[in-house]
Design a protein around this ligand. Structure first.
Ligand code: C2E
Ligand code: MG
Ligand code: MG
Ligand code: MG
Length: 289
């Protein structure tokens, strides 16, 4: 009887629960209205050259300062946006905001940082995406050559021709492409040479294991050789300790990102991360194969 009651309850809850997640409804309203007033923000985490710790770029990361629930992690609302088809609108908001913020920073400081923006599969494969990117750049004056689109390697497990075509188009528009979270998926090293990419972002789970095992350090050496051979620039993600930074530097890794250097911060705090030297040319010229 208990089992039947539970089953009935489950069935009823399945029937009753046909409406959308309330958070998705709020996200839709936020994006349709005033996203900033609704708490949708973009924070920036410095990308540094390991040799001197200088910030040469930033990754734009979505944030939701929810009016009642408090700060929500992207892990909470990005998958929701993907499931409900809101990721296009959310991604467009992040992209426009980031381009505007970085153009503004350039106008105030003379510093042109490299800007990286995360893009999910749905967004990338939308046929309108390259035009949307073009419009965001044109509308803010932010150059394509200083912009990097980050996609995860999982995107290529399905060998999606639409994804590859979109990345080709973006690169023709002058943007660069980074493979994010490298080392977490199953994308074979062998397939890397077929991906239209310029940067490889080594996942933080790999970086955190580096100093704990000499095998990992040796593996890192071969990943560096491989990315070199493929003309990819390596960015180590999630660097949290001086020991990790030292080891990566000694292995010859050029770029890094992580709490050891800076946490993601609002645009108003990015200026404080810069050393003040004007930088008229892009700090990291886009790499072309
Ligand atoms: P991601 O692109 O791999 O971004 C790096 C994540 O690592 C960020 O988490 C960042 O705050 C975190 N992180 C940075 N340094 C460290 C460190 O030293 N240690 C550790 N443990 N973590 C560090 P965040 O901001 O919570 O974002 C999570 C993920 O959400 C991102 O991973 C990205 O996949 C996704 N995401 C964020 N913003 C967007 C967006 O605008 N669009 C899309 N499609 N996805 C986004
Ligand atoms: Mg990323
Ligand atoms: Mg990552
Ligand atoms: Mg990640």
């Amino acid at each position: 009887a208990l089992y039947q009651a539970k089953a009935a309850g489950r069935a009823r809850s399945v029937l009753d629960d046909s409406g959308p997640d309330p958070l998705a409804t709020e996200l839709a309203a936020a994006l349709a209205g005033d996203p900033v007033a609704a708490g949708l923000q973009v924070h920036y985490q410095g990308i540094v050259t390991l040799a001197d710790g200088a910030v040469v770029g930033v990754e734009a990361l979505a944030r939701w300062a929810h009016p009642t629930l408090g700060p929500l992690s992207p892990a909470r609302f990005i998958p929701l946006a993907e499931q409900t088809g809101l990721i296009g609108a959310l991604g467009a908001h992040v992209l426009r905001t980031a381009c505007a913020d970085l153009a503004d920073l350039h106008a105030r400081t003379g510093r042109r940082l490299l800007l990286t923006v995360n893009v999910s599969g749905h967004q990338l494969c939308d046929p309108d995406f390259p035009d949307l990117v073009g419009a965001a750049l044109a509308g803010t004056g932010w150059p394509a050559g200083s912009t990097v689109i980050e996609v995860t390697e999982n995107l290529f497990e399905a060998e999606s021709p639409a994804a590859v075509a979109a990345l080709d188009t973006l690169r023709e528009q002058g943007l660069s492409v980074a493979i994010d979270d490298f080392g977490t998926g199953y994308s074979s090293l062998a397939r890397l040479d077929t991906l239209p990419a310029d940067f490889l972002k080594l996942d933080h789970s790999f970086v955190s294991a580096l100093t704990t095992s000499s095998k990992r350090a040796r593996l890192m050496r071969s990943i560096m050789a491989l990315s070199d051979a493929l003309g990819l620039q390596l960015i180590a993600e999630g660097v949290e300790t001086p020991a990790q930074a030292d080891l990566l530097r000694s292995l010859g890794c050029l770029y890094a990102q992580g709490y050891h250097f800076s946490r993601p911060v609002p645009i108003a705090e990015v200026e404080a991360l810069l050393d003040g030297a004007a930088d008229p040319v892009p700090a990291v010229p886009p790499v072309r194969r």
